[in-house]
Design a binder for this molecule. Structure first.
Ligand code: DQA
Length: 147
């Protein structure tokens, strides 16, 4: 049997984690997050692919490329969460379940961060657990895939 694959997808400015607003996002870097998620994936016999981009179209292309290749996606769309109908449509267009993750509790922050364009087409959402949210989202995603 072929090994199933998960995609960890990160949107704009998340390459700056570690240096970026540590009071809001903590001090883990994107490499720390990839390693945490990889550990959970591999413990459950999934392979992990990771992609980060600051460009909306590249994130859309990556979501399209999951078709037939990837069993589930952990996605932090970052600021595009609040603006992007195109990313929402991309998530709605694919078969793999997508879990939306936010490091910070967006509901305790500015009003414009309270609305997610993507939440309604995602299989679940993890918000406000810091970078540990990625691990929790991966566990939830795996549960959904295997049950
Ligand atoms: C974020 C929250 C967004 O509002 C913000 O634009 C980000 C990060 C988070 O992980 O908390 O870039 O997605």
């Amino acid at each position: 049997m072929q090994v199933q694959r998960l995609l960890l997808l990160n949107g704009p400015n998340l390459n700056r984690l570690g240096q970026r607003e540590p009071e809001t996002y903590g001090t883990d870097t994107i490499e720390d997050i990839i390693n945490k998620v990889k550990e959970v994936a591999e413990e459950h016999s999934f392979q992990l692919e990771h992609f980060q981009s600051n460009h909306e179209g590249e994130l859309i292309d990556k979501l399209h490329e999951t078709e037939g290749e990837i069993s589930g996606v952990v996605f932090n769309p970052a600021a595009y969460t609040h603006t992007s109908v195109a990313l929402r449509d991309a998530v709605a267009s694919i078969t793999a379940p997508v879990i939306e993750v936010h490091i910070s509790n967006v509901h305790q922050r500015e009003e414009f961060r309270h609305r997610s364009m993507l939440a309604a087409v995602c299989a679940g959402q993890v918000v406000g657990f810091g970078t540990d949210g990625y691990r929790l989202a991966t566990l939830g995603l795996i549960e959904k895939i295997i049950n």
